[in-house]
Design a protein around this ligand. Structure first.
Ligand SMILES: C[S@@+](CC[C@H](N)C(=O)[O-])C[C@H]1O[C@@H](n2cnc3c(N)ncnc32)[C@H](O)[C@@H]1O
Length: 251
């Protein structure tokens, strides 16, 4: 492990204040705090607001939301038992603000117009490409509430141009959800009826993914994928990265 690689105070001033070893101990994919901080200004969170975090895994983003914005967080995850997440929230001292919930966002009961914001970092690929998904979810947003998510993205849509074989080997059929930013912008606006939708892949997204991968160390199936996509060149957007999407419920 190379935790020192996670300190990027100029690019990510908030995330860089978090203990990198703590963050790596919660690893389930490329740095979720960087993804959340990239969305941060668009979310415009204020203390006391209520946020749904979908798929926080072991909980780094829910801790960040509670600490950085003073919001209350419903942290809904499918694979990680609520007791395991609860222990992480207690240890981080945010158990008064974060409620771990175990369930599937596609079927769990959600409060009508209950949330000021809904966020999801590196989980949307498991449910978000279904055209019938977002209508039900955005009903849980208050009028004017904001949705923000980040998910893997290819510059060339995987339905139109085959992903490189090295990625197909690692991701299999799941790569079919790794759409480009324009796809996600249209999908989010149309299927959710949201307004002010923006979708972007930061120019340094692939470099950041690589940096996280090096920080985690060990045998990584993504390393050769990252190398192969880097060789395709270009950064606006990079050939592979994480797309960041925001949109707002009408008032
Ligand atoms: C790749 S992990 C990322 C976890 C965390 N966001 C992170 O970056 O460390 C994807 C997460 O999405 C969650 N997830 C997948 N499908 C889900 C669903 N249908 N409802 C709720 N959570 C889901 C999984 O439980 C898992 O924790």
């Amino acid at each position: 492990m190379r935790p020192e690689l996670l300190s990027l105070p100029e690019r990510f001033p908030r995330s860089s204040t978090y203990d990198p070893e703590w963050l790596l101990s919660l690893d389930m994919g490329p740095n979720p705090l960087w993804q959340l901080e990239e969305l941060w200004d668009e979310l415009g969170l204020r203390p006391g607001q209520r946020v749904l975090d979908i798929g926080p895994g072991r909980g780094a983003t829910a801790v960040f939301l509670a600490r950085e914005a003073g919001v209350t967080v419903d942290a809904l995850d499918l694979w990680i038992p609520a007791e395991e997440a609860a222990a992480n929230y207690r240890a981080a001292g945010v158990d008064d603000l974060v409620t771990p919930l175990h369930g599937d966002v596609r079927t769990v009961e959600l409060p009508e117009a209950g949330y000021d914001a809904i966020v999801s970092l590196d989980a949307w690929e498991y449910f978000g490409s279904d055209v019938y998904f977002l209508r039900r979810l955005v009903a849980a947003l208050k009028p004017g509430g904001v949705l923000g998510f980040a998910t893997p993205s290819l510059r060339d849509d995987p339905y139109l141009i085959d992903p490189l074989p090295v990625l197909a080997d690692v991701a299999g059929f799941e790569v079919l959800t790794w759409h480009p930013a324009e796809w996600w912008a249209k999908h989010t606006a149309m299927t959710g009826g949201l307004v002010d939708v923006k979708a972007w892949v930061p120019p340094d997204s692939l470099d950041l993914w690589s940096r996280w991968d090096e920080a985690v160390g060990g045998e990584s199936p993504m390393r050769s994928v990252i190398t192969a996509y880097r060789e395709l060149g270009g950064t606006t957007p990079p050939a592979l990265g994480l797309v960041h999407v925001v949109g707002r419920q009408r008032r």
